[in-house]
Design a protein around this ligand. Structure first.
Ligand SMILES: C[S@@+](CC[C@H](N)C(=O)[O-])C[C@H]1O[C@@H](n2cnc3c(N)ncnc32)[C@H](O)[C@@H]1O
Length: 353
C-alpha cells in the first residue's frame, strides 16, 4: 500500500464540504426523479414496515461519513477528494434526467424485458432491465449512466459505502504483508471499486469479471485514463474462467442481490474454488432484514420501485450457510448505512464440503 500522509484540518474541511455537496446534489436528483414518477409506484408497493424518518436517514449518513473519515485518519485510504472525477460524474446530470421518463414508463408498465433480444448467449435471469434501467446492463449508453444512477439512488453515499468494503482488504494486507496480491472483483461493473483499490494499492494485480461487455469496456477506459493495469474477463461468476486457488482476494460489490438463489450457491462455490487457502472474500451488498430494524421498510420498498426480481429472497436469506460449506468463514461484519459488508476467510486446510 502507499504510505499515506496524515490529513490535516483543511483536508477534513474539504472532505466534509464535498460529501455534503454530494448528498445535496445526488439526493436532489433522486427526489426529482421520484417527483417525476408521481405517487403511483410507491402506492403500488405494499409494505408491512414503516419507512425510516428523514432524521434517522440523516443520522445514518452522518455516521457513514464520520467512519469514512476515521478510516482516512487510521491511514487505511486517502480522503476522497478527487475533484476532477467528481466534476466528470456530476456533468452527467442532464443525461440522467433525460433518461428518467423512460425508466418511469417501464416502472409504470412493469416492463423489464426491454433489452437487446440478440444477446441469447447470456443467462435468461440476466437479460432484463434491472432497476428498469434503459438497456439493462447491455449497452454503452447504460454503462455511461450507471455510476450517476447509483449515486442518485443512494443520495451521494455510494462511494463512501464502497470504500468501507476496502477496510477488511486493507487489514488483511497489513496482516499478510503488502505482497503482489491478486484481487478479483466479481460483478465489477464500470470498475468503480477496483479503480479505488488500485489507487490505494498500486501493487495489487487486479482482475475484473462481469457478464456485461459494455460495462467492462467502460471500466477499461477508466483504467486506461488512470494508468491502471487491470485484466478484464467477460464471464459469469457462476463459472469463473480462472484456475483453482489462483486468487488471494475476491470482492463482490452489489452483485449477490441480483442473482437467483441457485446462482448464488454456484457463485459461492466458484469464489471458494478460485481463492487460495487463507484467502479473503469480501461481500458488500444490501442490508438484510433486521440488520437495521428501522430500515426494514426501505428493503420492502426497493424491489418494487426498481425491478429487482431476486432482491426479496436475498434480503431474507441467511448468508453464512451459503458460504460455510465452501470453507468460507466470516471474520468481519460491518454496516455502512444501506450496505452490509461481510469478510470471509477460506479455511487453510482446503474446503469444508
Ligand atoms: C448492481 S451492479 C454492481 C456493479 C459494481 N460492482 C458496483 O459496485 O457498482 C451488478 C453487476 O453485476 C454484473 N452481473 C450480474 N450478474 C452477473 C453474473 N452472473 N456474473 C457476472 N457478473 C454479473 C452486472 O453486469 C453488473 O455490472
Amino acid at each position: 500500500m502507499n504510505t499515506l500522509v496524515k490529513p490535516g484540518s483543511r483536508a477534513r474541511l474539504a472532505f466534509a464540504g464535498l460529501q455534503s455537496a454530494r448528498v445535496a446534489f445526488y439526493g436532489a436528483h433522486y427526489l426529482l426523479a421520484r417527483l417525476m414518477a408521481g405517487e403511483t409506484v410507491q402506492a403500488r408497493t405494499r409494505r408491512t414496515h414503516p419507512l425510516p424518518s428523514s432524521t434517522e436517514l440523516m443520522a445514518a449518513i452522518t455516521a457513514l461519513f464520520a467512519e469514512d473519515w476515521r478510516n482516512v485518519e487510521e491511514g487505511l485510504y486517502p480522503p476522497a477528494l478527487d475533484w476532477r472525477q467528481e466534476l466528470g460524474l456530476a456533468l452527467k446530470s442532464v443525461r440522467y434526467l433525460s433518461d428518467v421518463p423512460k425508466v418511469i414508463e417501464r416502472q409504470q408498465r412493469n416492463r423489464h424485458r426491454d433489452v437487446d433480444p440478440g444477446q441469447v448467449q447470456l443467462p435468461d435471469y440476466y437479460r432484463r432491465n434491472f432497476h428498469f434501467q434503459t438497456d439493462g446492463y447491455l449497452s454503452e449508453r447504460s454503462a455511461g449512466l450507471y455510476d450517476f444512477q447509483v449515486e442518485a439512488l443512494f443520495g451521494g453515499t455510494a462511494g463512501a459505502m464502497r470504500r468501507r468494503a476496502f477496510v477488511p482488504i486493507a487489514r488483511y494486507q497489513k496482516r499478510r504483508g503488502a505482497g503482489p496480491h491478486v484481487l478479483l472483483d466479481v460483478g465489477a461493473g464500470t470498475g468503480a471499486f477496483l479503480s479505488f483499490v488500485q489507487k490505494v494499492c498500486p501493487a495489487i494485480e487486479a482482475v475484473a469479471l462481469d457478464l456485461s461487455e459494455p460495462y467492462l469496456a467502460h471500466a477499461q477506459r477508466r483504467a486506461a485514463r488512470l494508468g491502471q493495469s487491470t485484466r478484464f474477463l467477460v464471464g459469469p461468476v457462476e463459472a469463473i474462467p480462472l484456475p483453482d486457488a489462483s486468487v488471494d482476494i475476491v470482492s463482490s460489490i452489489y452483485l449477490f442481490h441480483e442473482l437467483p438463489p441457485e446462482v448464488r450457491a454456484q457463485a459461492a462455490r466458484e469464489i471458494a474454488r478460485v481463492l487460495k487457502p487463507g484467502g479473503l472474500f469480501v461481500l458488500a451488498d444490501s442490508l438484510q432484514y433486521r440488520d437495521v430494524p428501522s430500515f426494514d421498510g426501505l428493503l420492502e420498498l426497493f424491489p418494487g420501485l426498481l425491478h429487482e426480481p431476486f432482491y426479496a429472497s436475498y434480503a431474507r436469506s441467511d448468508l453464512k450457510p451459503l458460504f460455510a460449506p465452501e470453507g468460507l468463514l466470516p471474520v468481519h461484519v460491518d454496516i455502512a448505512y444501506l450496505t452490509k459488508i461481510i469478510a470471509f476467510e477460506k479455511l487453510s486446510g482446503g474446503q469444508a464440503r
